[in-house]
Write a protein that binds this ligand. Structure first.
Ligand code: HEM
Ligand code: HEM
Length: 184
């Protein structure tokens, strides 16, 4: 098992964190959309609890991912791309990180703006520092919703770009993020 990223490939740690984060983003987004369409109060409360729990798990993985990135730098862009494209690729990664932080943070502010506490994995609840504020809640739901949809669209574009690298440019951009590419 390779712990550190090399010039050729992402390490096992980076890959596990990347794919775990990707699954959490998609599941959390689906739960958010599902929650907003629910009318029955009890099942809505359960789905919202699961949505918040998955969102908090995403925040935890994001912190680990960013710390790990600081310790172990990602490999340089593949040689198949030239000019400003590697810079755009890096920029998209930074944008993804920013959105991955923004969406859970706006979700937490939204929960507090309802005057409700934040359940931490069903263990304890952080009380809301805000009193219930319908105006703020209406603004925050729009900000949270828009940023969540923007994150999903950016992630989909990013995934599509990885597939273009693989099938059109035929370089190792996707392969080096997949399991089993450590020693290539
Ligand atoms: C700690 C993290 C999070 C918290 C506390 C949180 C909280 C909330 C709350 C309170 C709602 C409103 C439900 C309602 O009243 O209808 C909501 C909706 C939603 N959330 Fe989150 N969320 C978090 C993370 C995320 C993440 C990571 C995503 C996407 C990747 C996401 C996507 C959505 C979506 C799409 C909706 C539905 C908005 C709508 O159409 O009305 N949330 N979230
Ligand atoms: C919600 C889903 C996803 C999120 C949030 C996400 C996020 C990220 C981030 C932040 C990076 C930068 C890693 C770094 O260098 O620090 C990255 C790299 C990468 N991701 Fe994703 N990703 C997602 C889904 C996918 C999918 C579905 C694919 C493949 C089809 C994919 C393929 C890749 C590849 C190949 C890299 C390495 C790019 C390079 O070396 O330049 N990602 N991803």
């Amino acid at each position: 098992m390779q712990l550190q990223n090399t010039a050729q490939s992402y390490s096992t740690v980076s890959k596990v964190l990347h794919w775990w984060m990707a699954v959490l983003v998609v599941v959390c987004w689906m739960l958010g959309v599902f929650t907003s369409g629910q009318v029955e109060l009890t099942s809505r409360a359960v789905t919202l609890f699961v949505h918040i729990t998955v969102g908090l798990a995403l925040l935890d993985v994001l912190v680990l991912r960013v710390l790990w990135r600081a310790v172990s730098s990602p490999p340089p862009a593949e040689r198949a791309i030239f000019g400003i494209w590697p810079c755009i690729g890096r920029l998209v990664h930074y944008l993804l990180y920013a959105m991955l932080l923004m969406v859970p943070v706006t979700g937490i502010v939204l929960q507090f703006s309802y005057g409700k506490g934040l359940p931490l994995y069903g263990l304890i609840e952080i009380p809301s520092p805000l009193v219930s504020d319908a105006t703020l809640a209406n603004i925050m739901i729009e900000v949270h919703k828009l940023s969540a949809h923007a994150l999903i669209m950016l992630a989909a574009t990013h995934a599509l770009t990885a597939l273009v690298h693989h099938y059109v440019f035929r370089d190792r951009t996707l392969v080096r993020m997949l399991p089993g590419s450590d020693d290539s």
